[in-house]
Design a protein around this ligand. Sequence first.
Ligand code: WTA
Length: 654
Amino acid sequence: MSSQIDHLLTENRRFAPSPEFAANAVATADLYAQAHADREAFWAEQARALHWHTPFTEVLDWSNPPFAQWFADGELNVAYNCLDRHVEAGAGDRVALLWEGEPGDERRITYAELTDEVRRVANVLTDLGVEQGDRVAIYLPMIPEAIAAMLAVARLGAIHSVIFGGFSADSLRTRIDDAGAKLVITSDGGYRKGRVSPLKPAVDQALADRGNGPQGTVEHVLVVRRTENEVGWTEGRDIWWHDTVPQASADHVAQPFPAENPLFILYTSGTTGKPKGILHTSGGYLTQATFTNRVAHDLHPETDVFWCTADIGWITGHTYVTYGPLANGATQVLYEGTPDTPHPGRWWELVEKYGVTILYTAPTAIRSFMKLGREIPQRFDLSSIRLLGSVGEPINPEAWMWYRNIIGAGTAPIIDTWWQTETGAMMISALPGVTETKPGSAQVPLPGIGVDVVDESGEHVGNGNGGLLVLTKPWPSMLRGLWGDPERFVETYWEKFQDKGYYFAGDGARLDDDGDVWFLGRVDDVMNVSGHRLSTTEIESALVGNEAVAEAAVVGASDETTGQAVVAFVIIKQSYLDAHSPEGLAGTLRQWVGEQIGPIARPRDVYIVGELPKTRSGKIMRRLLRDVAEGREVGDTTTLADTAVMSVISAQVK
Ligand code: WTA
């Protein structure tokens, strides 16, 4: 990490907003002053941009920290805010979704059409017994039905749990069971990398193969036909979307629900093996999603074409594909497939074709385009782009400059936005048209957000110093808890700085001489691979779940393209070592992890070693393994029980 800090300290390029951009920008410097003068009044004003069936009179209730309530006596319907109200305001003909499938099929869906579709789906879900508070699991590719499904669940006051299509049957089962889902919405498959990638078989397996787990709660599986691959069918349980949704009535009146009615659960990796079900509620979440999408993305809904490339299986897809842009009445691109199919310029072709004006993506994508060369984007007309955004991991200054120069024609402002599944919406970002940007720094808290960098005792570190990032004030889209586990919620985020009442984010950060924030990566056992959060412990438990493995340790090693990569060190049982080649075993274990968790968790390297470095109390020293994985000289080994072990491991890895 120290080489990274040195590198960042030498970064002194600055980019002031152009006067033309500033003249038309949604954000103004005045927002900071307003939020500063009265934070709660500021958020109340943002909340009033939504439609409230029953206006709220209370803003924040923080009488029982860390359990916050925002706008608690107000009532709204989240889906009504994303759909019906735009139609009622005369914008029904505006395109909501410019969808393109990976094979090149297209659908343009207006706000009026999407509203009708969601009403139909809501009627179908009601027929299937879905009511306020019920949990619905969604396991779909990036097709318009995925968004319609989320909004239909929200419309009924029920709770969705979207599970990324890249997760395995096992991960799916854990999440379905933890939430006690009543219904699963899936599809036969989706298109990925030029092929059909089936989804329904994983659902079938998750529901069949229940081990000794609890009795299943799922009553029905609603299946969208997308790829027309053969699927297994359970009579009485499985229902085709195309047999029910088109026939359903498009009359459905959205009922109001309390602001604190749960909206969704989204599972994310923590420091233990068990994923955490992050719980978000309605009014505060939608307020901050809508506000940040408008001011940080400089969104002009009537003229912009917005494209956030995230999958709806992640928080970025929830907030900046489904909720923020639709609540703002924006037109957005939705693309099903991978960036390099059928050719490496696919994204730039889409930007040209749809005239994308705002592009929001992850540094890992930018770095892989950089590697392929500027010739590819330069073959397309990208002149429509006027703003670029980055999310998910620190963006290194080189990638930042390439993004600005090659994709943004050297003029588009870049916002580097820091936030988490837990925060629900952006927390730290420049405001385009207002902030002078710096390559590599996420910079400043958004108006109404309290941020600090502190030492282990919670004291402000001061400019020029590094420490831990904390959030000092409750915010509207904050997580309301972990599904079914209030103790873990308090323990994970609030206990560390209990005296100060700060939220501990788990990120290392540094303040520069101007007080701007630079992120340095996670300080816990969470890895960030291509902007996806993975837990070292979760992968270790998957590895030791294989009968060949005696012990395993996993580290996140820095990787030029993916930010971090999963590297596993495993001790194999002697009988397996005798019977198999090391290469064969390593390959099998990579695949095994892919099956257990999902392809994103597959280790880049699996090293078979004779021992693992442990302290006298038996704790694995991952820091030393990271040194080996990154090809560095191994650091201080004096606290090891056996100080010779690292030279043995280094030799085995070579
Ligand atoms: C990291 C994604 C640096 C960080 C929205 C955080 C970032 C974790 C940035 C959350 C950024 C996200 N700069 N690091 N702009 N954005 N991170 O829950 O470590 O998938 O804690 O949410 O990603 O990942 P999550």
